[in-house]
Design a binder for this molecule. Sequence first.
Ligand SMILES: CC(C)(COP(=O)(O)OP(=O)(O)OC[C@H]1O[C@@H](n2cnc3c(N)ncnc32)[C@H](O)[C@@H]1OP(=O)(O)O)[C@@H](O)C(=O)NCCC(=O)NCCS
Length: 159
Amino acid sequence: MQILQTLFHSDLGQQAAQLRTDVFVHEQHVPPDEELDHLDATATHFVAVENGHVIATLRIVFMISDGESVAKIGRVAVAKNRRNTGIGRNLMLAAIAHLRDQGCHQCLLNAQTHVISFYEKLGFIPHGPIFLEANIPHRHMILTLHPPKKTQPEGARKE
Ligand SMILES: CC(C)(COP(=O)(O)OP(=O)(O)OC[C@H]1O[C@@H](n2cnc3c(N)ncnc32)[C@H](O)[C@@H]1OP(=O)(O)O)[C@@H](O)C(=O)NCCC(=O)NCCS
């Protein structure tokens, strides 16, 4: 199995879109127009590939929050017949390593409540109340990757 970074409109990116449709739309009943969205074209997509076939996927959307670079991981999906063999964890670790290399400060995600412990095992911490997204209960989770650049309190004197 290989973990690769790809673009949405590549062959692998389109296989990833099909896998997301299978998992989120057909399995979890997320409305199709909420699943694939305008962020896909510019997001970074990671895929796990075996014999040319995408068996797992996630996407990263970068944003600036409070002057710091943060990233949001989403659409994490492993093919149904390949779950619980470490593929999801390895895909997440590859994405997190990429974000550290990029100097990203924080990684955010919205976790379906039934998979919170999957993300906790990767170091993410739940944050805030439960909310509904696509009619599925979720919680915000945060992984801090690098301390923020602005470490000096406001008004602190520069030496
Ligand atoms: C959630 C998902 C991505 C996990 O991927 P996976 O490849 O099956 O998970 P892994 O085998 O890498 O599991 C890593 C660890 O998380 C745990 N874990 C896996 N799935 C879990 C789940 N649904 N709930 C709680 N813990 C889970 C495993 O037991 C394992 O723990 P261990 O290291 O102590 O043995 C996969 O089940 C999936 O695609 N689900 C459907 C889509 C979905 O719900 N995505 C999440 C959207 S927020």
